[in-house]
Design a protein around this ligand. Structure first.
Ligand SMILES: Nc1nc2c(c(=O)[nH]1)N[C@H]1C(S)=C(S)[C@@H](COP(=O)(O)O)O[C@H]1N2
Ligand SMILES: [Mo]
Length: 317
């Protein structure tokens, strides 16, 4: 492994020191939005008008998240990746994905919506910008702290107006073996598919990332557009999204299809529910020696736990 120690100051980190980075979107309407999001709630709830402001003083961070965790260096975030469409070798994804063409690109948003639409990258640039430092916890037991930029998914979904019957959101990655050589591997049912319940998709923490460290997203991190759901295991954060479909039935993800006993639909980070083949009680923060305890909902419990009230999280894993 060739990870750069997190203590090493990179130019990117200096760049971020000078920027106003916020680890969490603390906005006045948060509790109202959460309260309006029942598991089967129709999307009549409007996202708050200005979800990025006002910020709570103290949520401002230079090089750490709201828990004081140091950002994982740019070289590590972009040099140690899971992206099976290219290769299962984490340290080679960067090289195999190097020539991947991400422009032009379009994202179809369809299904149970009043206004289905195909978005080009230009259309997405017009959406409300967000910058978020999130912990990323891979189901394999390692984690990073990543400064993303992009826009909240609800900003996109509200444009297409999900109907009252929409209950889930299904995401699909590009399916093109000529551009993604890993898709010649027969072990998985391509394309990569992921899903969220509609209230999870509308949650303000749920981000569509188009950048990292203030730079355009590199191919290996899911350019030009990838989902980031910080309270769930990393595999939910699907890369290179080309289609977003609102449905009334729970989507079957690539991982659910591949190993249903190991990977559930919800995949909320939970130190008390082990993977059948390893413990989830702790994790290795890339760049650190030793392991650290894994936090319930990856440390976002206060923001998201209410969405799962009354659910047995061992059953809905
Ligand atoms: N399309 C696609 N999306 C994907 C994956 C993948 O193999 N293909 N891997 C997932 C996994 S397991 C993780 S941990 C994260 C890793 O994101 P990163 O490489 O940006 O850190 O991407 C997720 N999104
Ligand atoms: Mo992962």
């Amino acid at each position: 492994m060739s990870h750069i120690p997190s203590s090493e100051i990179t130019p990117e980190q200096l760049f971020w020191q000078r920027r106003r980075m916020f680890s969490l979107p603390m906005f006045a309407g948060a509790s109202t939005l959460l309260a309006a999001c029942g598991s089967a709630a129709p999307v009549s709830q409007e996202p708050p008008a200005t979800p990025e402001a006002p910020f709570t003083p103290g949520a401002v961070v230079g090089q750490s998240d709201e828990l004081g965790n140091t950002l994982t260096p740019y070289e590590t975030v972009t040099g140690y990746n899971n992206y099976y469409e290219f290769t299962t070798d984490k340290e080679r994804v960067k090289d195999v994905a190097a020539g991947f063409v991400t422009s032009p690109w379009s994202v179809v948003v369809d299904g149970l919506v009043a206004k289905p639409r195909t978005f080009g990258l230009e259309d997405l640039q017009a959406l409300q910008a967000a910058e978020r430092i999130y912990r990323l916890r891979c189901v394999e037991g390692w984690s990073m702290v990543v400064p993303w930029s992009g826009f909240p998914l609800h900003a996109l979904l509200s444009l297409v107006e999900p109907t009252a019957t929409a209950k889930y959101v299904r995401f699909e990655t590009l399916n093109d073996v000529t551009r993604m050589p890993g898709q010649s591997e027969p072990w998985y049912q391509w394309p990569y598919v992921e899903g969220l319940r509609l209230d999870e998709a509308m949650h303000d923490l749920t981000l569509m990332a188009t950048g990292v460290y203030g730079k355009p997203l590199p191919a290996q991190n899911g350019a030009p557009l990838r989902l980031v759901v910080p309270w769930k295991y990393g595999f939910k954060s699907i890369k290179a999204v080309v289609r977003i479909t609102l449905t009334d039935t729970q989507p079957t993800s690539l991982w659910m299809a591949a190993a249903p006993d190991e990977y559930g639909f919800f995949a909320n980070v939970n130190p008390r529910v082990d993977h059948p083949r390893w413990s989830q009680a702790d994790e290795r923060r890339i760049g650190e020696l030793g392991r650290r305890p894994t936090l319930v909902f990856n440390g976002y419990k206060d923001q998201v736990a209410s969405m799962y009230t009354g659910m047995d999280l061992r059953k809905f894993y």
